[in-house]
Design a protein around this ligand. Structure first.
Ligand code: TYM
Length: 331
């Protein structure tokens, strides 16, 4: 990272089951970046309704993510924390960017293809989802977007849209953002199936470790994790995806590379590696759960989010005005 303070933007969907993939790929980057940069972290509730949601559950999940943001170490005095639908500019810019996008590029998005697979017709919101995500980022002139690998294609599309608009309306219409991906933790795989990414919505609870899981569940999920039968501890994503996933999770929590973890455990059994990974994971999640239990019931949460929305809106307003003026919109 350079000396200059950068504008950082990222978001998490309020869908429940926030897991160690979200933490290791994204949330821990959010925390690390807040000390030296101007960070804006959003709870993207408009994205969450691209699939049908129960209103009471959605509302609870919004507050859960807000409390988790703070439990992992985000400080509302340092970072802006807010809910997407509280700043109308997101929806407005999303429409403008939708009008700059093509059905061809949107239909190539793997997230859309995965979620709509097998259905003749898919929800339109799911299709235009990446234009809303581009709007989130471009609305704040963000330089850097810390995310997991699964968002790489959406970040590329955001860059393409920004460059396309800049070519037509002037180079300084949008800041062209960069994605920021970590080496360890950017793609945490499902514990029961290392060919699939760890996901909030997978049916099998044992496929993931949620940040609020109790110790017994953490132990069960890790001890049952799919490995292989050759018994050798080695980091090789192609040939040994299950073991490599455990090594990467361990490395991400311990702050070392997956290869170094493999070297440390060379010649030992999978059982030892798994037992130690249980301990590391339990220790890492304990303080998060404790802080969550304190923060979540507090009435302060809503005030913090309202205050964050006002600060976000003050940044978004001039950007949106600039874009509308370039497009010739309004009076
Ligand atoms: P979401 O809510 O699915 O995930 C939140 C963050 O967690 C990362 N992530 C993972 N990282 C490593 N391993 C995994 N298995 C894993 N699963 C998820 C995601 O990459 C993400 O960084 N579209 C976004 C939310 C969004 C957004 C934005 C992000 C909306 N607007 C603007 C950045 C900027 C999403 O659905 O993330």
């Amino acid at each position: 990272m350079t000396d200059k303070r950068l504008r950082v933007f990222s978001g998490v969907q309020p869908t429940g089951n926030i897991h160690i993939g979200n933490y290791l790929g994204a949330l821990r980057q959010f925390v690390a970046l807040q000390e030296e940069n101007d960070c804006i972290y959003c709870i993207v509730d408009l994205h969450a309704i691209t699939m049908p949601k129960d209103p009471a559950e959605l509302h609870a999940h919004i507050l859960d993510v807000a409390a988790l943001y703070m439990a992992v170490g985000l400080d509302p005095k340092k970072s802006i924390l807010f809910v997407q639908s509280e700043v109308p500019g997101h929806a407005e810019l999303s429409w403008i960017l939708t009008c700059c996008s093509y059905t061809g590029e949107l239909s190539r998005m793997t997230q859309f293809k995965d979620k709509s697979r097998g259905n003749e017709s898919a929800p339109t919101g799911l299709f235009v989802y990446p234009a809303l995500m581009a709007a989130d980022i471009l609305l704040y002139d963000a330089d850097v977007v810390p995310v997991g690998q699964d968002q790489r294609q959406h970040i590329e599309l955001t860059r393409d849209l920004a460059i396309r608009v800049n070519n037509r309306f002037g180079e300084d219409t949008f800041v062209v953002p960069e994605g920021r991906f970590l080496k360890e933790g950017a793609r945490v795989m499902a514990l029961d199936d290392p060919a699939a990414k760890m996901s909030k919505s997978a049916e099998n609870e044992m496929s993931r470790i949620s940040l609020l899981d109790d110790d017994a569940k953490i132990k069960k999920a890790i001890m049952r994790a799919t490995t292989d039968s050759d018994g050798e501890i080695r980091y090789d994503i192609q040939k040994k995806p299950g073991v490599s996933n455990l090594l990467a999770i361990y490395g991400a929590f311990a702050g070392i590379s997956a290869e170094d973890v493999a070297a440390r455990y060379q010649g030992q059994g999978y059982g030892t590696l798994k037992k130690d990974l249980v301990e590391i994971t339990v220790d890492a999640l304990r303080p998060i759960k404790e802080r969550f239990a304190e923060i979540r019931p507090s009435n302060e949460l809503a005030r913090i989010l309202k205050d964050g929305a006002a600060r976000a809106d003050a940044i978004a307003g001039p950007v949106l005005a600039r874009v509308k003026e370039r497009f010739g919109l309004g009076v």
